[in-house]
Write a protein that binds this ligand. Structure first.
Ligand SMILES: [Zn+2]
Length: 498
């Protein structure tokens, strides 16, 4: 079945055919690093993480590049406000970006260029545009002349007059046309600045993405992505600069994700109606661990098609958690419950799996229709539950778990162990209770919380003995979050205190 991708430029779904068969090149506009990321940023990062993961799952070799805008007015203003250097601000928020996206298991792109590390590429492009006569110098600034690029407006589907009427353009009578935009800006005294043929200054925002994408992927590449708010002017301007400079086609498919909204309004810094990823991870009532809530957050973000707007409410994460719990519950049942050991339904399983994989690929191949994919996964779960009633062999149970993990991987879901999923909510699973030997029947209520803590410590020690340090650290962190401090003693025992 052909793989369909919605192209914002043609405003329709197209059969995706990469420039080089079997290989996909993708550039995505990253964040301007002057504050912590909110859920809207997570959605964009996740959209392209899914695109990359699924294309790789389908056998493509993907080259994924996403930038950091590490010099910008917002960064300079934040540095001034906080009284520290601008590059300290950008470095701090790049690290926070990794921390927050890491909690969502968002895979790192292959290349992450920063504007300040690509000044020679940027200057070369600006100079080239000036030499071609498509850009002009105005005192220490350089502007792109939109009238010199006949295709201007192709992405937004509007002509220059329509764009002009719809845009809030600052009046600058020096410019040849109100829509002309800055490629290079003279720096004010005290601002960060780089040498250029037009004096000390810094690049405009749009030019960095043109220069870095062309440097990383060549003049023409397959997919260019970002949030839909970037279509105009950012991406429109990128097309103008890049095509005018290289004389070649720029991105072949334009992919834009929808907004996260709160009460139908776009979540954004400027509107002040945002939730940072950190807040959601830390304040969410259930479950307690970052890894588990990261998967719940992914599930919630994937429950709406990436092009549609997605509303966020207090119920969003708990609802996603219930859906996730159903799948982890099934995995746990398959791992533990052998009371109905038989193989009566083994043959039927082949059919259930076949139907599921067909639906999985059909929905993902249709412009990454993740809500449909999630529905197929739950249908698969329902089918398995029926088979379990009839009886499945051990081997078949294992195959089902492997399938859930395999098809969960391109979505970044169901990748935790049952232990990891359960150990972190304050409600131990039967598996954990059974591990709490010597024979103690633990029912977790506040009166025997101490026993539960002891059990967690035993689990942690077992994990450490198996060199599973991530689980061990996670348990320690979970306990610390509850105000329980562990103290490892030289004799190998662990003490705890509140
Ligand atoms: Zn960009």
């Amino acid at each position: 079945m052909p793989f369909l991708l919605y192209n914002s430029q043609t405003r329709k779904k197209e059969i995706f055919t990469p420039l080089v068969p079997g290989k996909v090149s993708m550039y995505v506009c990253g964040v301007t690093v002057y504050d912590d990321c909110h859920l809207g940023h997570a959605r964009s990062a996740l959209t392209f993480d899914i695109i990359r993961r699924y294309l790789e799952f389908s056998g493509y070799e993907v080259r994924y590049v996403r930038n950091f805008t590490d010099i910008d007015d917002k960064i300079i203003n934040r540095a001034e406000k906080d009284g520290i250097a601008w590059d300290e601000i950008s470095e701090r928020y790049i690290q926070n970006f990794y921390r927050d996206m890491g909690a969502l298991s968002i895979t790192k792109p292959h290349e992450e260029p920063r504007a300040t590390e690509h000044m020679p590429d940027i200057l070369r492009m600006v100079e080239g545009l000036v030499n071609k006569g498509t850009a002009y110098q105005l005192e220490g600034d350089v502007y792109f002349s939109v009238k010199k690029f006949p295709g201007y407006g192709q992405l937004s589907g509007k002509n220059l007059e329509e764009l002009q009427a719809g845009a809030r353009v600052e009046v600058d009578t020096r410019k040849q046309d109100p829509m002309d935009f800055a490629l290079w800006k003279a720096s004010k005294p005290g601002e960060p600045a780089w040498d250029s043929p037009w004096g000390r200054g810094r690049p405009g925002w749009h030019i960095e993405c043109s220069a870095m994408s062309v440097a990383a992927l060549g003049p023409t590449f397959d997919i260019h992505g970002g949030g839909k708010d970037l279509i105009f002017p950012h991406h429109e301007n990128e097309i103008a600069q890049s095509c005018a400079y290289t004389g070649k086609e720029f991105a072949r498919y334009w992919v834009h994700n929808g907004f996260v909204t709160v009460d139908k309004e776009k979540m954004s810094k400027s509107l002040g109606n945002f939730f940072t990823i950190r807040e959601i991870l830390e304040k969410s009532p259930i479950p307690k661990s970052e890894a588990a809530i990261g998967e719940c957050l992914r599930y919630y973000l994937l429950s709406t098609h990436y092009r549609s707007d997605l509303n966020f409410s207090e119920k969003s994460i708990p609802e996603a958690k219930v859906a996730m719990e159903n799948i982890y519950g099934l995995i746990q049942r398959l791992e533990e419950d052998d009371s109905r050991e038989s193989n009566q339904a083994d043959e039927d399983f082949g059919q259930v799996l076949k139907e599921f994989t067909k639906k999985f690929h059909e929905s993902m191949d249709d412009d990454f229709n993740t809500p449909k994919t999630l529905a197929a996964i739950h249908e698969f779960r329902g089918g398995i539950n029926k088979l379990l009633f009839k009886g499945l062999s051990d081997q078949m149970r294992k195959t089902i778990i492997d399938s859930l993990r395999k098809y969960g991987k391109p979505l970044g879901l169901f990748q935790l162990t049952v232990l990891q999923w359960n150990a972190i909510v304050m409600r131990p699973s039967p598996a954990i209770i059974s591990l709490m030997a010597p024979p103690v029947k633990v029912v977790v209520e506040s009166s025997n919380e101490d026993q539960w803590i002891e059990g967690q410590i035993r689990l942690r020690n077992e994990a450490r003995a198996k060199k599973d340090f991530s689980t061990a650290d996670q348990i320690r962190k979970e306990l610390a979050d509850q105000g329980i401090i562990l103290e490892d003693r030289p004799d190998g025992t662990t003490r705890w205190k509140r």
